[in-house]
Design a protein. Structure first.
Lengths: 174, 420
């Protein structure tokens, strides 16, 4: 699925923010915004929803917690009961550190994997870069040519004082 | 509204709270039939410790934020300053406890009883540190030093208001130096203070983690009380620069330190449980056998509930939730301190032969002792009284100066504080 992206580069986050406001005023649908560092207030400006990744993290953590707790309970009481230091078979205080570790491990690994899958990242995936300077000092607004026509986008970039503009086809089988 | 004034209604409510406290103290004195009035004195010590610790931790939080360039606190810095100055109430209250040791008013501390020190080998071995003289010097010296630091920071902050100007860092730097001193001196000296005031209630027992655990408890209680004061003032129309973002960060503090508290609580518990050495396990055996409800309630209130409630992003930004959590945790950590104070005091009563039954603490089985086994109305009343006293001091101090440090170089940053 190839997509034609029309993008413009701005010099500062202030210019970027005012351009976004201008685009919204003109009802131009922004495909995405790229910045070299997190810009405060950008999420609210673009109306982005809060990520649901942490809900996944909670569920993974809960799974890890239960795996450790139920697993150790089963091993120490049913499967292979051994007396350690005169303690009862089912000694919950001794499980707590492992329950904690498994909670952290499951939620961390689970969230990482989820994030990679959701973002379409993984081994062998090539990441299309609109412009190398987005990772350095330029702030980018990108339009999908299907939503906003090329001429509209270019006129908008010119009007809002974009430093540089360009067109790139991304997502084709390279 | 830049300056806060106490309304007569507020004053009346706080006087009422203090009245309840005094009535409860008198009741606990009159109703206490045990020799040495342990119920009265343990209530007095418990609340003195709890609220003095909150003031000290307010100074610690203020100092740590100053040192770390924590500019975000500037909009509510005056609340921390005012609360930290209440160490002086703590000094006055501790003066009564210290006087009681010399004048034999109370028998809270076994190591202060001469005949016990003579016969008890362990206490005798510790008597170089646990004795009335060191107790007196440590209490007044350490509290006095902390109060001096709180007073200096406050004075510099007020001078900054009067003499400073926009972008003037002179006073901020000096405050930072005092803040650094406060962090270091509270960090080191609190160990001595807490050993003397609190851990020595169980003089045979010791735990190297105890002070941290206790300090974390105070920290959560302090953050909760500060949140309550701010939300109250916010509700009355003051502190309008205090936004959801500040509340969010305070919520993070409460959340994080609650987990830290649990970590320390559990580290202390598990090592003792695992090691299974009689003289160490007795501490938890007493609490588990004779205070089972409080023991588990403590963990439920102070860990499970804040952990689950404060975990999502949104709850920390909601005033209602924060009211609820702050009130709950203030009371929860009071219960935690209740569990640190009361069993030791009751044990001392048994040891001094004040009660025919029980013997030595651990074997005392689970019979109900009013004011010890479970906090009664009198205990709650004393708590409310001390709360009223410390709130009165704090609000009175708040009304003496502008609610905003107008020339604080970080004020602008704090007003634009933004999280998420």
């Amino acid at each position: 699925m190839a997509r034609k992206i029309v993008y413009g580069l701005y010099n500062s986050e202030e210019a970027l923010k005012s351009a976004i406001i201008e685009a919204q005023r003109k009802h131009l649908e922004i495909d995405d915004v790229y910045t070299p560092f997190p810009v405060h207030g950008l999420d609210a400006l673009l109306g982005l929803e809060e990520s649901r990744l942490h809900i996944a993290g909670f569920v993974y953590g809960l799974i890890g917690f239960l795996v450790a707790f139920l697993g150790m309970s089963w091993i120490n009481t049913v499967d292979w009961p051994i007396i350690f230091g005169g303690k009862p078979y089912w000694s919950v205080p001794a499980y707590v550190p492992i329950m904690f570790e498994c909670t952290v491990l499951f939620s961390a690994v689970g969230m990482t994997v989820t994030f990679y899958v959701v973002s379409g990242m993984g081994p062998g995936v090539k990441n299309p870069i609109l412009h190398p300077r987005i990772t350095d000092d330029k702030f980018c607004i990108a339009f999908d040519a299907e939503d906003v026509s090329e001429s509209d986008a270019m006129a908008f970039f010119k009007a809002t004082g974009a430093d540089e503009t360009g067109i790139k086809i991304i997502g084709k089988n390279e | 509204m830049k300056t806060y004034t106490m309304t007569s209604k507020e004053k009346n409510v706080l006087w009422l709270l203090m009245g309840i406290g005094i009535v409860s103290l008198i009741l606990s004195y009159v109703l206490d039939d045990m020799p040495g009035k342990p119920r009265f004195w343990s209530n007095f010590l418990l609340n003195t410790l709890f609220f003095t610790g909150i003031s000290v931790l307010a100074l610690f939080f203020l100092g740590a934020s100053l040192v770390a360039y924590g500019g975000w606190i500037a909009v509510f810095k005056r609340v921390l300053e005012a609360l930290s100055l209440q160490i002086r109430i703590g000094i006055a209250l501790f003066a009564i406890i210290v006087a009681g040791i010399y004048l034999d008013w109370h028998h809270l501390y076994l190591w202060a009883e001469e005949h016990i020190v003579k016969t008890d080998k362990i206490i005798k071995g510790k008597s170089g540190f646990l004795n009335p003289v060191v107790y007196t010097i440590a209490t007044f010296g350490i509290l006095g030093l902390w109060y001096y630091l709180a007073w200096s920071i406050r004075k510099l902050s007020l001078r900054e208001d009067a003499e400073g100007s926009f972008g003037d860092f002179r006073f901020a730097r000096k405050q930072m130096a005092f803040g650094a001193a406060a962090v270091a001196l509270i960090g080191y000296l609190s160990t001595i203070a807490v050993w003397q005031w609190l851990m020595s209630l169980d003089p045979h027992w010791y735990s190297t983690l105890f002070v941290w655990y206790n300090g974390a408890s105070w920290f959560v209680a302090m953050a909760s009380l500060v949140t309550l004061i701010i939300l109250y003032l916010r509700g009355r129309g003051y502190l309008c620069y205090f936004k959801a973002d500040h509340l969010h960060d305070l919520g993070k503090y409460i959340f994080a330190i609650s987990i830290f508290w649990t970590y320390l609580w559990f580290s202390q518990y598990m090592l003792i449980w695992y090691g299974n050495i009689g003289e160490e396990t007795i501490y938890f055996k007493t609490r588990l056998n004779e205070y089972p409800i409080l023991f588990y309630l403590n963990l439920l209130i102070n860990f499970v509930i804040p952990f689950l409630v404060l975990m999502p992003n949104t709850t920390k930004r909601m005033k209602g939730t924060m009211w609820f959590i702050a009130l709950l945790l203030l009371f929860g950590h009071w219960l935690d301190m209740y569990l640190m104070v009361k069993p030791g005091v009751l044990h001392a009563v048994h040891e001094l032969g004040g009660m025919s039954h029980g013997g030595d603490g651990g074997h005392g089985s689970s019979h109900f002792v009013a004011g010890f086994t479970f906090p009664g109305l009198i205990e709650i009343g004393v708590f409310l009284g001390f709360l009223g006293l410390f709130l009165y001091g704090t609000l009175r101090e708040l009304s003496k100066a502008s609610l905003y440090p107008v020339h604080d170089p970080y004020l602008e940053e704090s007003i634009h504080h933004h999280v998420v």
